[in-house]
Design a binder for this molecule. Structure first.
Ligand SMILES: Nc1ncnc2c1ncn2[C@@H]1O[C@H](COP(=O)(O)OP(=O)(O)OP(=O)(O)O)[C@@H](O)[C@H]1O
Length: 375
């Protein structure tokens, strides 16, 4: 075993009753590492997290934090080591948000649960950290789902744990607060050395923040890897069973299915000018060719996902004879060429030439609307 391993899961089996739903989970995390569970609905992410946090009894295996078996720890001792943000609601009659956050101090308070000045200071700084100071005196029952999620994070921070476990912590947050939350988690892991295990549905964010990913598939099988390993090829597409559309591992973007049928339009884009046109054609269900695009052009990956075929050229080399021939062959075959308005330069002069030829053939249009009106 490596000596810097802080959290270790060995042969864990999780499920309901005696029947394991997920088996053979083994992994090791260093202090401050972030592990994110991803996978489709019902695959078992929450089941794993509930087992690690002892809300469900483990069917087999052990989990240790800094060498201590958490299944044998006293609950107050565990609470000093691990804080938990799960999706279920907590009973909080007549409690303010500050009261809820202060509950995070219970592993440190005396028999009567009295808060010291230091405890109160930590409560305030936790509220501040999640940008929720203005909610401190508001009733916890009267705030929105997204605000509640931030308060629950503040409560977990207040607990000053070594390990934080979060189940879908971003599910109700708007994009600004998703970014803030992930930034808080990253700072906690880097600066305070807190080890984080969470589940996320935003796979692009999961790939950006995590040291390690755990994929849980629809058959409840797990696979571990770095973002680079997991996002290679069509792993994500298979994991989520995306049939109609596609997932681009490089951009982290999901594209809907490409339009069916044989294309009769060539879209000449480049430098981002093509993307809105490709998307518009996709929405209208009109199949199209895209070209001529260098493989490092911003338009290229979306074109690959949405166009019936892309006339493309390897990056950093002049347009080849083959590409040129293919472009003219397509130009002659289609009945319309859409000019996306990109300024073409020396390296993609071919596109300027193609557009000139399209004018000569009476096939050039500046937008899709005008093609539709002509039809
Ligand atoms: N209390 C329970 N008793 C029995 N089966 C359960 C219980 N809770 C969940 N399950 C089942 O366990 C499986 C995994 O559920 P789990 O909630 O872990 O999935 P998940 O990956 O977290 O899904 P989601 O992304 O939708 O939150 C599902 O088939 C679910 O029906």
């Amino acid at each position: 075993m490596k000596d810097n391993i802080f959290l270790k899961i060995d042969g864990l089996a999780a499920g309901y009753g005696r029947k394991p739903l997920i088996e053979d989970i083994s992994l090791e995390l260093e202090k401050g590492q972030i592990l994110t569970l991803i996978g489709p609905n019902g695959s078992g992410k929450s089941t794993i997290l509930k087992t690690i946090t002892r809300q469900l009894k483990a069917i087999d295996g052990i989990v240790t934090i800094d060498g201590s078996d958490i299944f044998r720890m006293h609950s107050k001792e565990l609470a000093r080591q691990m804080s938990v943000v799960l999706t279920q609601r907590i009973e909080t009659e007549l409690m303010t948000c500050r009261d809820v956050v202060a509950m995070g101090r219970y592993p440190y308070t005396d028999y009567f649960g009295r808060l010291s000045d230091e405890d109160n200071r930590i409560v305030e700084s936790s509220l501040k950290r999640v940008h929720a100071l203005e909610l401190a005196d508001v009733s916890f029952n009267e705030i929105s789902d997204g605000q509640r999620q931030r308060i629950m994070l503040a409560r977990a921070i207040c607990q000053q744990p070594d390990v934080m476990i979060l189940d879908e912590p971003t599910s109700y947050l708007d994009i600004r607060h998703k970014v803030i939350l992930l930034d808080i988690l990253r700072n906690m892991s880097h600066e305070d050395g807190i080890t984080v295990i969470m589940s996320l549905h935003e796979i692009d964010l999961a790939g950006k923040i995590s040291d390690m990913l755990m994929c849980v598939d629809e058959n409840h099988k797990v696979r571990l890897g770095t973002a680079r390993e997991i996002f290679a090829n069509d792993t994500i597409q298979k994991l989520y069973g995306i049939e109609g559309g596609s997932y681009d591992a490089v951009t982290g973007g999901v594209e809907l299915a490409k339009p069916c049928g044989s294309p009769d339009i060539l879209v000449i884009g480049g430098n981002g000018s093509g993307i809105p046109v490709y998307r518009k054609l996709q929405r209208k269900g009109i199949p199209f060719y895209a070209g001529v695009l260098y493989e490092n052009d911003i338009d290229y990956r979306v074109a690959k996902a949405l166009a019936a075929d892309v006339i493309s050229q390897k990056a950093f080399v002049p347009v080849s004879k083959n590409t040129e021939e293919k472009a003219y062959e397509v130009l002659n075959r289609v009945s319309a060429v859409v000019d996306c308005g990109c300024e073409h330069g020396e390296y993609d002069r071919i596109n300027t030439e193609l557009l000139k030829e399209a004018v000569r053939l009476g096939k050039k249009y500046n937008d899709i609307g005008s093609i539709e009106r002509m039809r």
